[in-house]
Write a protein that binds this ligand. Structure first.
Ligand SMILES: [Zn+2]
Length: 107
């Protein structure tokens, strides 16, 4: 079986087999990653996987896991994060008649 060399932040270079490595591939290349339990310290290590790393791991016999990134995670967000005051205001609005139309500005 092919030995796969990886690096643990605490232990340095460690030797793994294909079965030790989880390779996650998604439709969004920036969220591709690989992970393993360090054989020395036992820590779970997860790192981004670029195209070169993916090819190396696949050639080493690692079976990829296809992951799904929900569309909401890719939405471009603007403005400040929602806070407790926003939730309270939304709660108060939902107690009124026609709250949804009010939110849409149709009244
Ligand atoms: Zn380690």
């Amino acid at each position: 079986m092919t030995t796969i060399k990886a690096t643990c932040p605490g232990c340095g270079e460690v030797s793994l087999t294909a079965d030790d490595v989880i390779l996650r591939i998604s439709s969004i290349s920036s969220s591709n990653s690989y992970a393993f339990d360090c054989p020395d310290c036992g820590d779970f290590i997860e790192k981004p996987a670029d195209e070169r790393i993916i090819k190396l791991l696949l050639s080493g016999g690692v079976m990829p896991v296809m992951t799904h990134v929900p569309a909401e995670a890719l939405e471009i967000r603007t403005g400040p994060p929602i806070n407790y005051d926003d939730i309270l205001a939304f709660h108060e609005i939902m107690k009124t008649e026609n709250w949804f139309e009010d939110l849409l500005g149709r009244t």
